[in-house]
Design a protein around this ligand. Structure first.
Ligand code: ATP
Length: 478
């Protein structure tokens, strides 16, 4: 089918226990979401796929750094000064916007009306904008109205720092300010020497980390796409200066392949070079996914030179250098980073997997089904076991098989309702295999395994079920 709307994905996520609004009984908290019983499994599987891809390699070590870090870290990284978004308020509706997003939406509106020349002009101006007053001028010159009230009564544009601030210890003053990390990468840079010395890695090598990050986004939107609390999967690869382009190309291909391997088709992925490069960046591209609301970044691949280590060297006074064990050459390594969103890719995998189709007759039902075509590795539940009927010894056999399967995989047992209804329930959460115990099982110890996507059934001996499922969970190279 064509890509689903975001609304149907959100509805399924809620209905089947993937994602709930944070603090829902209190009306929710903007930009924060809770992962329910199915969601937490999917998210863990996704992170596991990334962790395996990274740390099963000889040249990458793992790390789990604290969320709260020394405040100087964020001065060195440039976040205190520069991690800002331009913000504007409408005086009538009191609605608050990111000024650049307001302009982008206005341009998209022009394009949808076929006014491409006008759109090109404002896009050019937007590309050149960097200071609050640049955005302000565009909003005035283009006479952009507030989408809520329709009025053009705007406040000035101000820069707004996205880091959440809090205090360490009982006294709330300037000297006790700490930040919730807005990215996991800095935990890696500040541990560069520790990991180098304890792991005995040699350059080139990488450090991988998965963890929560927090950004006080001006506007959250599109469900899990832009939230205030989210999870990142980042890897910093330390290389010899001069080899960074080669590693950049390598990691871009590796990361692109990872999404393909987990079932996202090439036509829903694209690689997009950054239009504006940060002053320290040698190269930067995004891997984007075609979400129901358009293309959006999943991951950034950045060639960051020695900017980060050099800054931390300046601010900490520690020598963050590497000595080549053979040539004795001493240098500050360059960094190629792969920076992905775990919760954002969760949304991509969910949107990509969602499908609706009219099903042919399947055991007496003719109806539409919703099916999550998740890669079996990602699926929250790998196998469901059903007794065909609740008598003649079938439930006992089914429970026995379920107990065995449960030792190997996330499994479910379901004996309520018609068999078609049970299939539908498991289709909706993406369970790749449903095993049914029927009359024949009692005679010859065979069961049927029904494939979620093709709905075809194969008969296998009960003792082969574990191996059959295990074989299908393997991530095939692409
Ligand atoms: P954007 O331009 O979308 O704000 P960014 O370029 O600031 O993203 P990075 O700082 O490169 O993003 O962060 C790396 C990854 O972290 C992004 O590709 C995305 O997957 C994820 N990410 C960043 N901000 C958010 C957010 N507010 N909510 C969910 N995921 C996020």
């Amino acid at each position: 089918m064509a890509a689903p709307s975001l609304d149907v994905v959100v509805a399924l996520a809620k209905r089947r226990g993937f994602v709930f609004q944070s603090s829902e009984i209190y009306g929710g908290l903007n930009g924060c979401w809770d992962f329910g019983p199915m969601g937490v499994e999917l998210l863990r599987n996704l992170k596991e796929a990334w962790w395996q891809a990274m740390t099963s390699r000889e040249d990458i070590e793992g790390l789990d750094a604290a969320i709260l870090m020394h405040p100087r870290v964020w001065e060195a990284s440039g976040h205190v000064e520069q991690f800002t978004d331009p913000m504007i308020d409408n005086k009538v509706s009191k609605a608050r916007y990111r000024a650049d997003t307001l302009i982008e939406d206005f341009i998209a509106g022009l394009r949808s009306k076929g006014k491409h020349q006008e759109a090109d002009y404002w896009e050019e101006r937007l590309r050149a904008a960097s200071q609050p007053q640049d955005y302000y001028r565009i909003i005035l010159d283009a006479q952009i109205p507030d989408p809520v009230s329709g009025t053009r009564e705007w406040t000035e544009v101000r820069n707004f720092n996205l880091m959440f601030k809090t205090f360490i210890g009982p006294v709330e003053d300037d000297s006790s300010v700490v930040y919730l990390r807005p990215e996991t990468a800095q935990g890696i840079y500040v541990n560069f020497l520790n990991v180098l010395q304890t792991s005995r890695q040699k350059i080139p090598f990488g450090i991988a980390q998965i963890g929560k990050a927090f950004r006080n986004e001006v506007n959250t939107r599109n469900f899990l796409f832009r939230t205030r609390e989210f999870e990142q999967m980042e890897m910093q690869y330390f290389v010899k200066p001069g080899t960074e382009q080669e590693w950049f190309d390598y990691w871009l291909q590796e990361r692109y392949r990872w999404y393909l391997q987990l079932g996202i088709p090439a036509e829903r992925l694209r690689i997009r070079p950054h239009e504006k490069l940060a002053h320290y960046a040698a190269a930067a591209v995004d891997i984007e996914f075609l979400f129901p609301f358009g293309w959006g970044e999943l991951e950034g691949i950045h060639s960051r030179t020695d900017f980060d280590l050099r800054r931390h060297m300046e601010f900490s006074g520690k020598r963050l250098e590497y000595t080549d064990p053979i040539t004795r050459e001493r240098y500050i390594p360059y960094v190629v980073e792969t920076s992905a969103g775990a919760t954002r890719s969760f949304l991509a995998f969910l949107c990509n997997a969602y499908d609706e189709e009219l099903i042919p007759e399947e055991r007496g039902t003719t109806e539409k089904r919703i099916v999550l075509r998740l890669h079996p590795f990602l699926a929250p539940v790998k196998v469901a076991v059903f007794p065909l009927v609740n008598r003649e010894g079938m439930p006992e056999r089914a429970r026995k098989l379920y107990e065995e399967l449960r030792r190997h995989f996330r499994a479910a047992y379901d004996d309520s309702g018609a068999i078609g209804r049970r299939y539908r329930r498991h289709d909706e959460i993406g369970t790749p295999f449903c095993v049914t115990i029927d009359g024949q099982t009692l005679q010859d110890d065979t069961v049927t395994i029904r494939d979620r996507d093709s709905m075809e059934q194969v008969r296998v001996h009960i003792s082969n079920v574990v191996q059959y499922i295990r074989d299908h969970l393997v991530l095939q190279p692409v």
